[in-house]
Design a protein around this ligand. Structure first.
Ligand SMILES: Cc1ncc(COP(=O)(O)O)c(C=O)c1O
Length: 394
């Protein structure tokens, strides 16, 4: 039985006795790691050839001690054997997909989800002869009918960005195993506090550590978590592609993760209160939040998530301009693109698209949609602020 998450967040991955007797893991700000003599190099190479994970580093593009500590912590939180850290969530995703897929393979993804991953699959993987089929989320019949003999991989991010849809993971694993398909879940929105996909038999978990894991809007990082065997090839490709993290961000990540459970619990509580408030407000036409019984996947979210998260998406009863006015009237959140940090941050997805309104609609981005990533501020302050802005547009 592993230790509770709060204890793991503080201690896992880090040596009790650190260099210089330091309490915190030092930032090993070095591009390379030197050897005493040739004998030490040969021993190191022999260990690697025998498949032993070396306890030291060779060159910064392959690994770094600060990064290894962060990897150990993230692996422990997700309940995985091993984790690999990357320069960003997208670097983790692209390196993993490029490692596991080859020309002629077929990938399945839900239609819902983070659009940049979908763009990568459709615009870039296709260049190497890898086809992608998009299926409606959480419809086993649609998934079954998309499967072909050459289907190798299923990839989804849940709860999805921005509509917070969910998948029945047990059902997905059952289908995937019957057809020898590797499953990857990008669990960035859930975090290991609310969901641990490996416990359902998912093969690999991805985190954009830029979001909740880092938690302070001051770093970019990504991680892939799974068995040592599953990650061995991905690690080799990371060393080739060079999308490794850096010691300073790895340090910030180690520090951020220590408060992960506290932050996410607060964000879960605020999320529920804000979603319930918005759902009854006449100036709001629709709320998307996994903790509301009106959510289309509520029975799954209730069974699988231990908290519903800090992102609430909703539609203002009005057009693009009215929605923009509402956002500009808010005093508390920053306006910007990220999520998961201590500062509340809000955005109107339609404002970030250069597409024409009809094209935006076809892409599922409604003009009146708002995505609010709640920070750790006092929930009453967040509600009061929403109330004053909604009153002014009512
Ligand atoms: C679900 C999800 N996965 C991956 C990413 C990409 O992460 P990064 O910005 O760290 O590359 C994002 C970014 O918003 C995301 O929302």
């Amino acid at each position: 039985m592993s230790k509770p998450l709060s204890t793991q967040s503080v201690h896992a991955g880090e040596e009790k006795r650190k260099p210089y007797g330091a309490l915190t893991t030092p930032v090993a700000q070095s591009s390379t790691f030197t050897f005493r003599d040739t004998v030490e190099i040969l021993e190191y190479m022999q260990d690697k050839a025998n498949g032993k994970k070396p306890l030291r580093d060779e060159y910064g593009r392959f690994s770094n001690p600060t990064e290894r500590a962060a990897e150990g912590k993230i692996a422990a939180l997700e309940g995985g054997e091993c984790a690999l850290l990357f320069a960003s969530g997208m670097s983790a995703i692209t390196t993993t997909l490029l490692t596991l897929l080859e020309s002629g393979d077929h990938l399945i993804m839900p239609r819902e989800g983070f659009y940049i991953t979908r763009d990568f699959a459709r615009a870039l993987l296709s260049r190497w002869g890898i086809e992608t089929t998009l299926v409606p989320i959480n419809q086993p019949e649609a998934l079954l009918s998309a499967i072909r003999p050459e289907t190798r991989l299923f990839f989804a991010d849940i709860p999805t960005n921005p509509y917070l849809r969910m998948l029945d993971l047990a059902q997905l694993v059952k289908i995937a195993r019957q057809h020898n398909i590797t499953t990857i879940i990008d669990s960035t929105f859930a975090t290991p506090v609310n969901l641990r996909p490996l416990e359902y038999g998912i093969d690999l978990v991805i985190q954009s550590a830029t979001k909740y894991l880092g938690g302070h809007n001051d770093l970019l990082a990504g991680a892939v978590i799974g068995s040592t065997q599953a990650l061995a090839d991905i690690e080799k490709v990371r060393g080739i592609m060079g999308g490794v993290s850096n010691p300073h961000d790895a340090y910030l990540l180690l520090r951020g993760i220590k408060t992960l459970e506290l932050r996410v619990q607060r964000q879960n509580e605020t999320g529920l209160r804000v979603a319930a408030f918005l759902e009854t407000h006449p100036a709001v036409s629709r709320v998307y939040y996994p903790g509301l019984s009106s959510h289309p996947d509520y029975s799954i979210t209730k069974a699988q998530l231990s908290g519903y998260g800090g992102v609430v998406s909703f539609e203002i009863d009005g057009d693009f301009e009215k929605t923009a006015r509402f956002i500009d009237l808010l005093r508390l959140p920053y306006i910007g693109l990220t999520l998961g940090g201590v500062e509340s941050i809000i955005h109107q997805p339609a404002a970030h698209y250069s597409l024409e309104p009809v094209e935006r609609k076809a892409a599922g981005i409604m003009d009146n949609l708002v995505r609010y990533s709640l920070g750790i501020e006092n929930a009453d302050d967040i509600l009061e602020d929403l109330d004053q802005a909604l009153a002014k547009i009512s």
